[in-house]
Design a protein around this ligand. Structure first.
Ligand SMILES: NC(=O)c1ccc[n+]([C@@H]2O[C@H](COP(=O)([O-])OP(=O)(O)OC[C@H]3O[C@@H](n4cnc5c(N)ncnc54)[C@H](OP(=O)(O)O)[C@@H]3O)[C@@H](O)[C@H]2O)c1
Length: 269
């Protein structure tokens, strides 16, 4: 069991959605929290909110896709708050669309932010965690990191990549006393989902209509519990837990159901 009291937790993507809700809970647990994101305004707003809640908070603006910027941000935060005990790598973005209509740039940018952004943050904290023989790292994959779904050709591979990285690091870093976890949220009611909905093909909308978005607070609660209990798979809801257990066993059943829904959506267009 990890006690978060007094721990220095760094949250990338901490100025919105899942990252922000996780930062709020970490402060409630008595952690000192650092937030990393690009936009100054939302960083400052979140830091002020956390400060009012009694938290000790620092911010460092950086694009997580830029490894040098992430190292510089982590150095500044370490100088101010001490070494990082907990990293929650939540920064990410999405862009659904029909495969043939997505620009090359979208595929590259999503991999740069979602996968390399997670990797960059982890690489910036691991040496000091190994040196101190402790720490906790949680990355945010997705239900889209468990199964491929119509319309997510640019996003899904980035979330499979995050999961692959974290599964490997779980094994490699455990002997150093470092916990590694991977969160698999379903649709979550955040600005990212609202933006995503503007671009979803009809087929994707029909498939995701079966899923009621959950709150960022619920995902945050599962992430914080996952850190405290040093779990690898962090899944906030029973539907995604079921998906995680069965997707590999009966992939044809999911493909059949998704294909039928997509066909109906096309027929109704
Ligand atoms: N919402 C969902 O339905 C859902 C479902 C499953 C998984 N997820 C995953 O959960 C994570 C958080 O998503 P969310 O829904 O909380 O999104 P959100 O509300 O849009 O928040 C995204 C956060 O990431 C930051 N960010 C985005 N691009 C960045 C970059 N290049 N460098 C640094 N920070 C960046 C944003 O701040 P700036 O824009 O100011 O940089 C913001 O703080 C993502 O990895 C997402 O893929 C979300």
């Amino acid at each position: 069991m990890t006690d978060l009291t007094g721990a220095h937790a760094v949250v990338t993507g901490g100025s919105s959605g899942i990252g922000r809700a996780t930062a709020v809970l970490l402060v409630e647990r008595g952690a000192r929290v650092s937030l990393v994101a690009r936009g100054h305004e939302r960083l400052d707003e979140t830091a002020a909110e956390l400060g009012v809640a009694g938290g000790r908070v620092a911010t460092a603006p950086a694009d997580v896709a830029d490894a040098g910027a992430v190292v510089a941000a982590m150095e500044a935060l370490t100088a101010e708050m001490g070494p990082c005990d907990v990293l929650v790598a939540s920064a990410g973005r999405s862009r659904p669309g029909h495969f043939e209509q997505l620009d090359d740039e979208v595929f590259h940018r999503l991999m740069a932010v979602n996968y390399f952004g997670t990797l960059n943050a982890i690489r910036a904290v691991v040496p000091s965690m190994i040196e101190r023989g402790r720490g906790s790292i949680v990355g945010v994959s997705s239900a889209a990191g468990l199964i491929g779904v119509f319309g997510f050709a640019a996003y899904t591979p980035t979330k499979f990549a995050v999961r692959g990285l974290l599964e490997t690091l779980r094994a490699e870093l455990a002997p150093h006393g470092i916990h590694v976890g991977c969160a698999f949220p379903p649709d979550v009611d955040t600005p990212m989902l609202a933006d995503e909905n503007r671009f979803k093909p009809e087929e994707t909308k029909a498939i995701s209509a079966a899923i009621r978005p959950i709150s960022a607070e619920r995902v945050a609660a599962s992430i914080v519990r996952g850190i405290e209990q040093r779990r690898f798979s962090i899944i906030p809801d029973w539907q995604t837990r079921l998906l995680a257990r069965t997707a590999g066993l009966v992939p044809e059943a999911f493909a059949y159901s998704f294909d039928r829904t997509a066909r109906r959506a096309r027929a109704g267009r």
